[in-house]
Design a binder for this molecule. Structure first.
Ligand SMILES: Nc1ncnc2c1ncn2[C@@H]1O[C@H](COP(=O)(O)OP(=O)(O)OP(=O)(O)O)[C@@H](O)[C@H]1O
Length: 456
């Protein structure tokens, strides 16, 4: 039987003070493949270990198939864990490793039929008599999977199971895991910091940052409608272009989003999404353009909804089937500095120091928004908003956060377009793919489900 796993307002702190998981609520359906995604140190493994019963839940509740399970011992949860280091017993053959949980579960029973069936399913019959030291990384991971599935648990909990494999093997085993879990129809909770892994495996992806759930949705939804700038920047390759913009909405002229030296003119009649931007008049916003939102073409080739920009070629990344062109458009990139950062207490000092020095773009945006706002968000229960997102403890030196090559706008193009460093190139921006985030980093275009409070 496969199970429903529900977390309700679950929190956890290891030491007095900072919560590493902060009021997390998630409902995972029976048979669902849910990926917990987020940067290192955001609390993913802690959530998994709380579900497994290996870590105590400080506050909130865990329900398994609707039954309160906070105090249920791990052995009674009927779940199997797969770890990144495979955790095989070195002195046991693959056969014994796979059969080990079966022998614990039913001492005296011969585990061979189940071990053989599992090995057939994974295509590892040939290596059953070898020891872990005689196996490749991929084979070891398959044996570890075999051990997890042999006793047909009601849920799999996988903690970065592919991170010790090389890139090619990772893709291969990733496909196998997807196939296998779907075939078995067992609820799976899978932890990773690799967004492409999350997108390709998950029925749904839950994005965590600093222990706080930012968004949960299908891979398509989190990519196409990220709720805040953190999710937008964490998901998608190449990373979304984030530019500082200023909304101008004169009473007697066209509405524009200024990007420093150039601007995006919003076509009239204004769409509802663009009309709602009017309340941002005179305010700084963050403009998000995924690489597919911009193409290289002359203004005369513009289709409805496309507006012109120009860019100076600063760098070309040849990828074989495509080229990533880094343009300088004269705009200033907005930085999400904590994306890859582990939480570190010592970072707090750095935050204070950077605040005194003026801080990064988003720090300044956040400060303008006011610290009070963060408190208001917490009280009103809105903890996914980017005030919290941008105000977290994990804040490394912005310079080291994301090595960005020169250029503020990355555009994908086919390799047959001949471009050279220093060329000025006409671009068209498809406003149907325009994202705008407010000072708090929350998405305001396309409009969020909940319309923003006009008093904010
Ligand atoms: N046993 C522990 N005692 C104290 N702090 C811990 C313990 N385990 C984890 N932490 C801290 O809790 C935070 C969350 O850790 P966790 O392992 O859940 O994150 P993660 O998102 O899985 O990270 P990674 O991807 O690097 O494994 C980190 O700051 C970590 O240092």
């Amino acid at each position: 039987m496969t199970r429903a796993i529900t977390l309700h307002d679950v929190s956890k702190s290891y030491t007095r003070g900072a919560r590493v998981v902060d009021r997390l609520s998630l409902a995972i359906a029976p048979g669902e493949f849910l990926v917990l995604l987020g940067p290192s140190g955001c609390g993913k493994s802690t959530v998994l270990r709380m579900i497994a019963g290996l870590e105590e839940i400080d506050e909130g509740s865990l329900f398994l198939d609707g039954e309160y399970a906070n105090e249920l011992p791990p052995s009674e949860r009927d779940m199997a864990m797969v770890f990144q280091n495979f955790a095989l017993y070195p002195s046991m053959t693959s056969r014994d490793n796979i059969g080990f949980p079966l022998r614990i579960e039913a001492p005296g029973d011969d585990p061979s039929p189940k071990v053989d069936a599992t090995a057939r399913m994974l295509g590892i019959e040939e290596i059953l008599d070898r020891f872990p030291a005689q196996l490749s990384g991929g084979e070891r991971q398959r044996v570890a999977m075999g051990r997890a599935i042999a006793r047909r648990p009601s849920a799999f909990l996988m903690d970065e199971p592919l991170s010790n494999l090389d890139a090619k093997l990772r893709n291969h085993v990733r496909a196998e895991i997807s196939q296998l879990t779907r075939q078995l129809g067992v609820t799976t909770v899978y932890v990773t910091h690799d967004q492409s892994e999350a997108m390709s495996l998950g029925d749904r992806v839950a994005v965590l940052r600093g222990g706080v759930l930012q968004q949960v949705g299908t891979p398509r939804a989190v990519y196409s409608l990220p709720e805040n700038v953190f999710v937008a920047a964490f998901i998608g390759t190449p990373r979304i272009n984030l530019l500082r913009g200023l909304v101008r909405a004169p009473l007697d002229g066209a509405m524009t989003v200024s990007l420093g030296k150039q601007f995006l003119r919003l076509p009239e009649p204004l769409s509802l999404d663009h009309q709602l931007l009017r309340v941002q008049q005179g305010r700084e916003v963050i403009v998000g353009l995924r690489s597919e939102a911009v193409r290289i073409a002359k203004p005369s080739a513009a289709r409805p909804g496309e507006v012109p920009l120009t860019g100076l070629v600063e760098h070309l990344e040849f990828q074989g089937h495509e080229v990533l062109v880094h343009f300088n458009t004269g705009s200033r990139p907005a930085v999400v500095p904590e994306l890859e950062a582990p939480r570190q207490a010592s970072d707090r000092q750095g935050v204070r120091r950077r605040r005194r020095e003026g801080g990064t773009v988003l720090e300044r945006l956040r400060e303008r928004a006011g610290a009070l706002r963060a408190g208001a968000d917490r009280e009103s229960g809105d903890r996914t908003g980017a005030v919290v997102t941008l105000d977290g403890p994990g804040r490394p030196d912005p310079a080291s956060a994301e090595p960005r090559v020169a250029g503020d706008l990355i555009v994908r193009t086919t390799p047959d377009i001949r471009l050279r460093h220093g060329m000025q190139v006409p671009l068209l921006v498809d406003l149907a793919h325009l994202f705008v985030f407010d000072q708090h980093g929350r998405r305001i275009c396309p409009r969020p489900d909940r319309l923003p409070d006009l008093e904010e």
